[in-house]
Design a protein around this ligand. Structure first.
Ligand code: NAD
Length: 489
């Protein structure tokens, strides 16, 4: 076993759903295998839940809510701090499972796990500060508002960041006094199950956090269509986001939609070329490009285009990919199906005559000849309407566009149906700030692609979705405002 996981010992993997504070078989005995994308081999089995398990979980969540919403905010805060401590104490197991589930590198998985602990600490700090406000209604009445938990919350979690997406939805929901039913993606079920057990160990009462594993079209669909759900947090593709909105509409369920992106990194002529190339590489090749906010488009000023492309191509060719546990620069793609989707985009681009500077092929781990990999790829000279520019490929494929003026850069940056993130590299702060104001995106960074943290809200405009996660703004999704007026004339 040790050899199989390169010296790491796999913790016991739960096979059931986590409902009411314990692992349960569920009403159906159906199971599905889970694959390590770094080898393409199965390493575990998880339960396929459906409407029956979702019903069980929602009953537990309703019971959990009745208790948790009445727990003193300071006590909720203490439990969430303890969750952060327990996550840190179990970081090695969580990171190993994250690598095997998702295909990412160990360093990336460790970063996600420590980030998840930080998220719980951040919202622990907010739990006892959800104040209302006093409202002056004159001498005969007293008015004030209360921020109350929205109720039972559903969290549909994607496969690219299973641990941190779980944390960034569940932590603010718990801080606000809500209960949770989470449905992890079918290719990455184990992180959420392990986290649910750790939350329970840390003192989260039974029924407050429940996890049902299974297919999106079964367990996911049953969860989001259920009228007992008061808020849905969905992260994933636009197509599924639309399906979730439709299913929830008859119940008028509130939701936060965090969908895709095609985010531009704009390099102006006065930017530091080395800094731009380094940032552009990590903006697209981190997590093998499977990030909603990946810098999947590089917009280069024509004056620096040739120099930048040379630098970028050399840096891209130097990247090493392989099994995540060996900690290369880039890990595997999450599933064989997703690898074939990425490949289809690049094959079509090649057939259209696009200029592929480097990469462009499916690959295997060079050491073992196994696994689901795609070469880090750079495609240049792309017109604004090219599908590589317009579609979210969600893989290690960088689309390069050229601009000749500030106005054209802004026009190209805003030229997709998405609006999640953008980045501007320029030494001219006036120009950078003009661009910050003109770019249509939920987040804009200047002179660093991945600036910011849990403290800053995150979310999209346009087809990137709506609502905000992270920051204090995330708490708006999990609270509802009640107005109280007392007449004492
Ligand atoms: P998806 O959107 O289908 O899956 C995301 C989650 O939704 C999973 O947990 C899945 O089980 C669930 N789901 C699927 N159908 C559902 C339904 N009808 N009702 C409720 N839940 C449902 O994503 P995918 O097919 O795995 O990936 C396809 C594309 O999604 C990618 O190429 C990428 O563009 C995008 N994606 C984006 C993000 C992101 O962070 N924004 C994350 C993952 C995938």
């Amino acid at each position: 076993m040790k050899d199989r996981f390169m010296g790491h010992v796999l913790p016991e993997l739960p096979e059931g759903h986590f409902i009411g504070g314990a692992f349960v078989e569920g009403r159906s005995a159906r199971k599905m295998e889970s694959f390590d994308p770094g080898t393409g081999e199965a390493f575990g089995c998880f339960a396929l839940g459906g409407a029956g398990e979702v019903d069980q979980a929602l009953r537990a969540a309703e019971a959990g809510l009745r208790h948790w919403r009445r727990v003193k905010p300071a006590d909720r805060s203490a439990v969430l701090h303890q969750v952060a401590n327990v996550i840190r104490a179990n970081a090695d197991d969580l990171a190993l499972v994250e690598v095997l589930d998702s295909g990412k590198t160990l360093a990336e998985a460790e970063g996600d796990v420590s980030g998840a602990a930080r998220i719980f600490d951040y919202y622990a700090g907010a739990a006892d500060k959800l104040d209302g406000r006093a409202v002056d209604l004159g001498p005969a009445q007293t008015g004030f508002t209360r921020r109350e938990p929205v109720g039972v919350t559903a969290h549909v979690i994607p496969w690219n960041y299973p641990t941190s997406t779980f944390a960034r939805g569940v932590a603010p929901a718990l801080a606000a006094g809500c209960s949770v039913v989470a449905k992890p993606a079918e290719t990455t079920p184990f992180g959420a199950l392990l986290l649910a057990r750790l939350l329970s160990e840390a003192g989260v009462p039974d029924g407050v956090v429940n996890v049902v594993t299974g297919l999106g079209t079964e367990a996911g669909a049953a969860l989001v269509a259920d009228p007992r759900v008061n808020h849905i947090t969905f992260t994933g593709s636009v197509v599924t986001g639309v399906a979730v909105s439709r299913a929830a509409a008859p119940n008028v369920t509130r939701m936060t939609l965090e969908l895709g992106g095609k985010s531009p990194l704009i390099a102006c002529a006065d930017a530091d070329p080395e800094k731009v190339a380094e940032a552009a590489i990590w903006a697209i090749f981190s997590n093998a490009g499977q990030i909603c906010s990946a810098g999947s488009r590089l917009l280069l000023d024509g004056a620096i285009e040739e120099e930048m492309l040379e630098l970028l191509t050399a840096k891209t060719r130097a990247l090493r990919f392989g099994h995540g546990l060996r900690n290369p620069d880039m890990g595997a793609v999450n599933s064989e199906l997703h690898l074939s989707r990425i490949n289809a985009h690049v094959v079509a681009a090649r057939d259209r005559g696009c200029r592929i500077l480097t990469g462009g092929q499916r690959a295997v781990d060079p050491e073992t000849g196994k696994g689901w990999f795609f070469e880090p790829t750079v495609i240049a000279d792309l017109p604004p309407e090219d599908p590589v520019v317009q579609h979210e490929i969600f893989g290690p494929v960088l689309a390069v566009q050229r601009f000749e003026s500030e106005a054209e850069a802004i026009h190209l940056a805003n030229g997709t149906e998405f609006g999640l993130q953008a980045s501007v590299f320029s030494r001219d702060i006036g120009r950078a700030m003009r661009m910050v104001q003109e770019i249509d995106a939920g987040s804009v960074t200047v002179n660093d692609y991945w600036a910011g943290g849990i403290e800053l809200p995150f979310g999209g405009n346009g087809k990137s979705g709506y609502g905000r996660e992270k920051g204090l703004e995330a708490l708006d999704a999990y609270t509802t405002v009640k107005s109280v007026a007392i007449s004492h004339a």
